[in-house]
Design a protein around this ligand. Structure first.
Ligand SMILES: [Zn+2]
Length: 703
């Protein structure tokens, strides 16, 4: 493990933050970030740090205070304000109480905050306060977790780290752990650090550097020990990894469908999940090995993040043949069995449940499939990523046991239950972003680099949806993706897709499945236009429109239908039609005719896909010129001709279209996006309908 301390970097932190926060907190921030920079030390908020210092109150009196990492901050990026300050003496005194529930502890801690608005400090605040040293660092290092998930862990810790490192058996985090650490320190005052069995490591020192260095030294020593014992390595070949990836894409929609939880709402009958697979060579190697199944089904290394992963994964054998129907039955049966086991686990431990907490659903969050890897599910991509990172860490550590023949001893069921149903963990979930209408859904938009496509994408993204922007490869698609990625991060991907090419359409869907596990909403938006009278029409150019507007629609509808059938949780399709379907214009025959055909295809899909729970609807905009800086491709084609015909400039033309509708409305891509959203959020039990988005054009009103 690399010691990342650098004196000049530390100095830079001091000069930046000392004037506002003081030198102690400036260096506390620096070394916390060093710990956060190493995923082998802290993963998704595992671990916390503190510093004790002085603070001057309003009366000019100097008070002893402690700054402790607040929950919700990632150490890798923590700002100085990410440590909340508390009065030290009353916090320390809490340790003398005989007992304190989690909620009481949080209430007490908040009482002694220097700033009442500060974020709640870590649940391990009392442990930090009880230790006398100025700087305290605590991590859940992978190496320590691996070392201590064994029989006789305390003796092994002594063997690896020496007698001056204390160790205590697993104790629930919070008040009980703080008391246990305090007692151990009293018994062994010369100890230089404390190993928390099946939990992590605590180091301390008079300076930020000393405490950090101790952490790195002890973890490095443990890593070297672990490496020296490893008798074999598990690594799958590049071909096996590629085969696993291919198989994953075939089965992901089925897994995703079987992991969707039925809901009581007939319009939204499923609570869907986002899938993120672990397809690393080492993990695949372990899963394929003779001990893969047994080790996968042992409890986790540490009770962190049980709310994201659950205690145990679901194990699945790979599909036996090409019979997808049989595989779906196999997965359904396995999920049902898992749910029954989870219900029984809950009943066995229900007496330990803190009043007021509700049972979680019984579905697995991690599915280990032999030959494929570990597939992690979450309510959105963030939750799925957390489950994936934890699962990767867990399986990597477990591979050490397979490689050494040592026996893995995981946490007891009671300990797991206590942490899964830990009130503060539930508070963390409740404090997360609010559920959004489309937070569990995945959309694929064709022609997404155009003005209307991007306008629709933004509306869906604002509603929490995961959105794949697809279009022909090139700068236009890339810049569209950049525009929205900045705001929506991991909920956006760009996928090059040519709607006129069957293979490209199939591959496009596969890319989205590889990213999030499946697709729920398909926006058929790609289309092109041309201006020509029938008499002057070039048949080659007409055929080009046929290819994109008709065949493109057909290929996307067909692939969407096949995918929705495989996934088995219904779906939505929205076709971006046009007012020209209902009220065609002169010199606009190629566009009007081909769009009418695509509209008709969508109406057929309405009939053919209803049995699958798939709704197909249309929106028909008129005169959308641009979206932000992005010009509409259609209007780039049509605009000059119409301007010439009517003797208007660009602004004049926009005004002309605005003045010809009943509401005198300027129609925008945002409006089209909202109409799509109406269908996507399933406000009414509607399929086969068209919403005009045109400000009111009597001739174009669908009937
Ligand atoms: Zn901890």
């Amino acid at each position: 493990m690399l010691n990342r301390w650098n004196d000049s970097e530390a100095k830079a932190f001091t000069s930046e933050y000392e004037p506002t926060y003081g030198a102690d907190l400036a260096l506390r921030t620096y070394s916390s970030r060093l710990l956060g920079a190493d995923p082998g030390l802290v993963l998704h908020g595992g671990g916390n740090t503190s510093v004790k210092t002085q603070w001057r109150d309003r009366f000019g009196d100097t008070r002893e205070v402690i700054y402790v990492k607040a929950s919700g901050y990632d150490m890798a990026t923590i700002p100085p304000s990410g440590h909340s300050g508390l009065l030290l003496d009353p916090v320390r005194r809490l340790l003398t109480l005989p007992r304190l529930s989690e909620q009481e502890m949080v209430d007490e801690l908040r009482r002694y905050l220097l700033d009442w608005k500060a974020a709640t400090p870590s649940i391990e605040t009392l442990m930090h306060a009880g230790l006398p040293e100025k700087y305290v660092d605590h991590t859940h290092a992978d190496a320590i977790l691996t070392l201590t998930n064994q029989k006789g862990a305390e003796a092994i810790v002594r063997e690896v780290m020496g007698d001056n490192i204390a160790a205590i058996p697993y104790v629930k985090a919070g008040f009980e752990l703080a008391q246990a650490v305090n007692a151990k320190r009293a018994e062994q005052p010369e100890a230089e650090a404390i190993v928390l069995i099946q939990h992590g490591l605590v180091t301390w020192g008079p300076t930020a550097e000393a405490s950090y260095r101790k952490m790195i030294d002890l973890v490095s020593r443990t890593e070297q020990y672990l490496e020296s014992r490893r008798a074999r390595v598990f690594v799958s070949s590049a071909e096996s990894v590629e085969a696993a990836r291919q198989l994953y894409i075939q089965i992901a929609p089925i897994l995703r469908g079987c992991l969707a939880r039925p809901s009581a709402d007939p319009d939204r009958p499923f609570r869907r999940v986002i899938l993120r697979p672990v397809l690393d060579p080492e993990i695949l190697g372990l899963i394929q090995s003779e001990c893969g199944r047994a080790l996968s089904l042992t409890p986790p290394l540490t009770p962190d993040h049980l709310i994201r992963t659950k205690g145990l994964p679901l194990w699945l054998d790979p599909p036996r043949s090409d019979d997808i129907g049989a595989f779906r039955e196999q997965v359904h049966a396995a999920v049902r069995e898992y749910a029954t086991d989870y219900d029984e686990y809950f009943s066995r431990n229900q007496s330990r449940l803190v009043p007021g907490l509700q049972k979680f659903d019984s579905y697995p969050r991690v599915v280990v499939v032999k030959g494929v890897g570990a597939v992690c599910a979450g309510d959105d991509v963030r939750a799925a990523d957390t489950a994936r990172d934890i699962t990767r860490q867990t399986l990597r550590a477990k591979s050490w046991f397979a490689a050494t023949g040592n026996e893995y001893v995981g946490l007891s069921e009671e300990h797991l239950f206590d942490m899964e149903y830990f009130p503060l963990q539930h508070a963390k979930l409740a404090a997360g972003p609010p559920p959004t209408p489309l937070g569990d859904e995945v959309a694929l938009i064709t022609g997404a680099a155009g003005a209307i496509g991007l306008g629709i994408a933004e509306q869906l993204l604002n509603s929490g949806c995961h959105v794949a922007l697809t279009d022909l490869p090139g700068e236009s698609l890339e810049s569209a993706v950049r525009t929205v990625s900045e705001r929506f991060g991991k909920r956006v991907i760009g996928v090059p897709l040519d709607v006129t090419d069957e293979t490209s359409v199939k591959k496009g869907f596969e890319s989205v499945i590889g990213e999030w596990g499946g697709v729920d909403l398909v926006i058929v938006n790609a289309g092109i236009a041309m201006v020509s009278s029938i008499a002057e029409m070039s048949i080659d150019r007409f055929r080009k429109l046929e290819k994109v507007n008709i065949e493109g629609t057909l290929l996307v509808l067909a692939e969407a239908g096949r995918h929705f059938k495989l996934q088995g949780t219904g779906g939505d399709i929205v076709l971006v039609s046009t007012k020209n379907v209902f009220a065609p214009g002169a010199k606009f025959g190629a566009y009007s005719a081909t769009k009418a055909a695509s509209h008709q295809l969508a109406r057929i899909a309405v009939l053919e896909l209803a049995d699958l729970g798939v709704r197909v609807n249309m929106v028909s905009p008129d005169a959308v010129f641009s979206h932000g800086e992005r010009r509409s491709g259609l209007w780039a084609e049509v605009g000059p001709d119409r301007m010439k015909a009517r003797g208007l400039d660009e602004k004049g033309l926009e005004e002309y279209y605005q003045s010809r509708n009943l509401l005198k409305a300027r129609v925008t891509a945002e409006h089209v996006g909202r109409a799509v959203l109406y269908f996507a959020t399933r406000q009414t039990p509607t399929t086969g309908a068209t919403i005009p988005v045109d400000g009111g054009l009597p001739d174009a009103t669908p009937r």
